[in-house]
Ligand binder design. Structure first.
Ligand SMILES: Nc1nc2c(ncn2[C@@H]2O[C@H](COP(=O)(O)OP(=O)(O)OP(=O)(O)O)[C@@H](O)[C@H]2O)c(=O)[nH]1
Ligand SMILES: [Zn+2]
Length: 215
């Protein structure tokens, strides 16, 4: 008999419902994380459990960008762009992880924004507040994807850390799909900092993206 007990699950799958959007009718699946009680979500479309690589987005919560239309970042446009792509393909999954503010929470992100208004960049602001530049953790992705039998993804991201994190968890990233949207006067230097200091792949000329931020 093994001396290693089975690790406790990180989260529980709870329930699902239909979620009509302007682009497709998704199914919304909810999980609750044991350690924090946070509700993490998957928006799923089509037959995602058939073993073929799944077009996927791992999206970190950004209340200001996703909900309040903030132009300080590219999150809202990325969320919309990812859902549109999944709808166009007729199959895919968007994981909505509740790690607001790169893992430091909304209030601390607002404090970081104030520091940025005083002239420091997004990375320095986190460091001045005593946090890592990026405090996110992607380990929940594994049980969330396993719930649907997903082992391979075509990942919509510009962030090489996400690809590394999923690969280390045993999820194969068969393809990276760039998600370059909504560069504007308010987030231009923020996006430049992401590229310079956080390694984001912003190589494609962003000006080539339609001005309304559509893919
Ligand atoms: N701490 C902090 N968090 C931010 C800031 N701007 C955006 N965020 C958060 O950053 C997260 C999104 O991360 P990004 O670095 O924009 O993008 P990404 O998810 O790493 O990469 P992509 O997959 O390419 O979108 C969300 O949780 C946002 O709330 C900021 O200035 N400071
Ligand atoms: Zn954002």
């Amino acid at each position: 008999m093994s001396n290693h007990p089975t690790p406790a699950p990180l989260l529980d799958y709870v329930t699902s419902c239909a979620l009509p959007t302007p682009w497709a009718q998704f199914t919304l699946h909810a999980f609750v994380e044991h350690a924090t009680g946070k509700e993490h979500l998957v928006m799923a479309l089509g037959d995602i459990g058939n073993g073929e690589p799944v077009l996927a987005r791992v999206h970190s919560e950004c209340l200001t960008g996703d909900v309040l239309f903030s132009q300080r970042c590219d999150c809202g446009a990325q969320l919309e762009g990812a859902l549109k792509r999944i709808a166009a393909e007729g199959r895919g999954a968007l994981l909505y992880l509740r790690q607001e503010g790169r893992g430091i929470g909304l209030i601390n992100k607002m404090r970081a924004y104030r520091l940025q208004e005083a002239g420091v960049d997004t990375v320095e602001a986190n460091l001045q507040l005593g946090f890592h530049a990026d405090a996110r953790n992607y380990e929940l992705c594994l049980p969330m994807l396993e719930q649907f039998g997903i082992r391979q993804v075509k990942l919509m991201t510009n962030n090489p850390r996400k690809i590394d994190a999923l690969t280390r968890l045993g999820i194969e990233v068969t393809e990276r799909v760039p998600l370059l949207v909504n560069r504007n006067a308010f987030n231009n230097s923020y996006l430049d900092t992401k590229q310079a200091k956080l390694g984001h792949m912003m190589g494609t000329p962003v000006a080539a993206v339609a001005e309304d931020g559509q893919l």
